[in-house]
Structure formats: C-alpha cells, structure tokens
Design a protein around this ligand. Structure first.
Ligand code: FAD
Ligand code: SF4
Length: 250
C-alpha cells in the first residue's frame, strides 16, 4: 500500500495506523488502495469452489451452521461476511469521499454510502455499477480532529484483524464535541455506531466514558454460534481507539 500513489491515480491520505497494519510489507508495496477497498470477502465458504453459497447464487449460507468464528456479529445476514478492508473503516471515520469513474462519467459517493449490506447487494459489496472503477479517495483536512485505529489480531504478522475500531473526535478542550465511531471485521460493511457517538457527544473524555461508549457500540451485537468472543474483542478495540485518539496531539 503506497501512500503517495496507487494504480488508478488514487489520492491517498487515509488512516496511516490502519494502512500500516495491512498484510505484510511485501503486500503493502504492491497492493493498491482501490484493490484494498474493493477486495472480495475472506469467507472460506465463498473462497472454496465446493460450497455454492448464497453469495455465489446458491440457496444457503454455510456459515450459519458451520465454521463461523471469523464471521459477522452484526447485520442479521442473509450473508454473514465481515468486510475485509482495513482502509474502509478509517475512511468512514474520517468522512472521506470516493470518486468513481465509469461509462457514464464520474460521481462521488460518501465512504459511508459506498459499502452495501447483503440485502442490497448480495453478489457484490459496494455501489459500483458494472465497468465502474474507484479512482480517488478524498479525505477532508483533519483540522483539530483527532483520530486513531486500534486493531486486534491473533498474531502480528499477516493476519486480517479479528476486530478493530477507527474513531475521529472533534475535541473542545477535554470535551468531545463530535465523534465518529466505526467498527471493522464485525459486519458485512464497516459498522458505524451512532449509539457510541451519542454517548460521547458533549462529555469529558475519560476511561469510564470510553468504556461506556464501547459498551454502547456492542450492545446490539448478535454473535453466531462460534464467534461470541468477538464481542469483547471489539469492545476493547473501541475503548482503546477512543483513548488513543483523545490522547493524540491535534
Ligand atoms: C496475506 C495477506 C494478508 C492481508 N491482510 C490484510 C489486512 O489485514 N487488511 C486488509 O485490508 N487487507 C489485507 N490484505 C489484502 C491486501 O491488502 C490487498 O488489498 C488485496 O490483496 C488486494 O490487492 P490489490 O491492490 O492487488 O487488488 P486486486 O487484487 O487487483 O483487486 C482486488 C479486487 O478489487 C477490484 N479492484 C481493484 N482496484 C479497483 C478499483 N480501483 N476500483 C474498483 N475495483 C477495483 C478488483 O477487480 C478485485 O476484485 C491481505 C492480503 C494478503 C495476501
Ligand atoms: S457468509 Fe456469505 S459468503 Fe460466506 S457462506 Fe455465507 S453467504 Fe456465502
């Protein structure tokens, strides 16, 4: 993942913390931001040709009664993938916009509207129409906002995260004026938490407030048979991202 350029002329300035964790240095050197944001799901049933699952036009989701330890804890299906992109999550926390080019010209889409749940696009994961490409990622200047991404992985080498969180805080002194809280690897799309944002707004940042916001972020989680452990992992990621962001220099 190069920060100065990428195939397709992408302008890049998103989440250096998240980008620095993607894959390995070799992968980051050849991977593109466009490829990262548009990468297909990691679900092992989806990737294995012997499983004709819903997302491939079949009649069932094999993860429901199967090996679902890395699958979604939000979203209620019918497909239970987690979105694989580490860059998608900070893009939404940072309120980025994506420029798309296709046969009918260019259009811009808010990062938060780019990724679609399976009930809106079962066979893809985004708003891209056939023959459209993502060409630019446009990130607003951060101003006084502080942000952080906190990821939890089984090992530090080349794993995708088990769960992670990206947050952006507009601070007025020690008080949170506005917050954007987005969770990753927990749902088919980056999962924004209005509940956590409401807990934070207008409050003085503290360990206790970060815990309360993290609890709100996971309150509606609905784990599958083998992934309840992800709820606490994600809760911890939210709390630590918030505390890191609040401590960051604006
Ligand atoms: C071992 C390993 C570990 C990894 N760990 C992580 C991780 O932790 N986090 C993470 O986020 N990623 C991870 N990745 C994914 C990696 O970072 C790349 O994003 C991914 O491999 C895609 O690479 P690429 O840029 O070559 O895209 P490609 O493989 O070329 O493309 C991927 C998909 O996106 C489509 N596409 C590519 N560019 C565009 C565009 N501009 N517009 C529209 N569609 C496009 C392609 O058609 C294809 O379907 C990992 C990969 C490996 C192999
Ligand atoms: S989670 Fe989605 S991709 Fe995986 S088996 Fe179920 S329908 Fe297929």
């Amino acid at each position: 993942m190069r920060h100065d350029q990428a195939a397709g002329g992408l302008e890049i300035a998103v989440g250096t913390q998240a980008a620095g964790e993607v894959g390995t240095p070799q992968i980051r050197n050849v991977g593109t931001v466009g490829g990262n944001l548009n990468q297909r799901p990691r679900c092992w049933y989806f990737r294995n040709e012997e499983f004709p699952c819903l997302k491939k036009g079949g009649s069932r989701c094999f993860a429901v009664d199967g090996e679902n330890q890395y699958h979604a804890i939000f979203g209620d299906g019918p497909c239970h993938i987690v979105h694989p992109s580490s860059l998608a999550v900070p893009s939404i926390a940072l309120n980025a916009r994506f420029r798309v080019a296709g046969p009918r010209g260019e259009r811009e889409v808010a990062a938060g509207d780019y990724f679609l749940m399976p009930d809106r696009n079962l066979f893809g994961e985004t708003v891209l129409e056939p023959n459209e490409l993502l060409t630019h990622v446009i990130v607003p200047a951060p101003g006084a906002a502080r942000n952080a991404t906190y990821e939890v992985r089984f090992k530090q080498s080349h794993d995708w995260p088990i769960a992670f969180a990206s947050v952006a805080l507009q601070m007025q002194g020690g008080t949170v004026a506005e917050a954007r809280v987005v969770l990753g690897a927990v749902a088919p799309i980056p999962w924004r938490s209005p509940a956590a944002e409401a807990v934070l707004k207008g409050q003085t940042m503290s360990d206790a407030l970060a815990v309360k916001a993290a609890e709100a972020a996971l309150a509606d989680a609905s784990p599958m048979s083998h992934n309840a452990y992800k709820v606490q992992v994600a809760r911890t990621a939210v709390k630590r991202a918030l505390l890191q962001a609040a401590a960051a220099t604006a």
